[in-house]
Ligand binder design. Structure first.
Ligand code: CMP
Length: 154
């Protein structure tokens, strides 16, 4: 099934929202296949946010992402990239729909608590930047029987 890379950003860690975020993803029926706490460095951030390199907010974005360690995760599920982006909400917290993570907990454009992959290509790149193959686990989720129909599991 499709994988998506999710980060709890430094503001999410400082505000004590790691458990809340993980809990929402678990309750949705997504499957956690990798998780760790890590300090992002210049080199990783230059690649991670390569598409924002020329933007005026880029230096501040990098500084923000290095304020504290972040929580990096890989979540798996059917159409997980689109599904997770709905759970996360739009970039600007104060415009994000109620019920989403940002809609419920964020006000800012930059301090928006969480990152989620926006395409399969980004997910693959982001996973490669933060995880070794051994850190991404394969296992049978007992919940999948209940979460998906038989056809969806094929
Ligand atoms: P995200 O979508 O996870 O990845 C890119 C990040 O850049 C985005 O979240 C915001 O945190 C930040 N960002 C995007 N646009 C702006 C902006 N105009 N000003 C400040 N930060 C921004």
């Amino acid at each position: 099934m499709e994988q998506s890379v999710v980060l709890v950003k430094p503001d999410g860690l400082q505000r004590g929202l790691i458990g809340e975020i993980i809990s929402r993803f678990e309750r949705k029926g997504l499957k956690l296949v990798a998780i760790k706490m890590v300090n992002l460095d210049d080199e990783v951030l230059d690649q991670w946010y390569g598409h924002h390199k020329e933007k005026p907010f880029f230096p501040k974005l990098k500084g923000f992402m290095m304020q504290t360690p972040i929580i990096a995760m890989v979540w798996e599920g059917l159409d997980s990239i689109d599904t997770i982006r709905k759970l996360v909400g739009v970039t600007k917290g104060r415009e994000a729909e109620g019920g989403s993570v940002r809609g419920d907990f964020a006000m800012s454009m930059s301090n928006n608590l969480i990152h989620a992959s926006d395409s399969p290509e980004s997910a693959s790149k982001e996973k490669g930047l933060l995880f070794t193959d051994e850190e991404v686990f394969e296992y049978v989720s007992a919940l999948d029987m209940l979460v998906y129909s038989e056809e969806e599991r094929e």
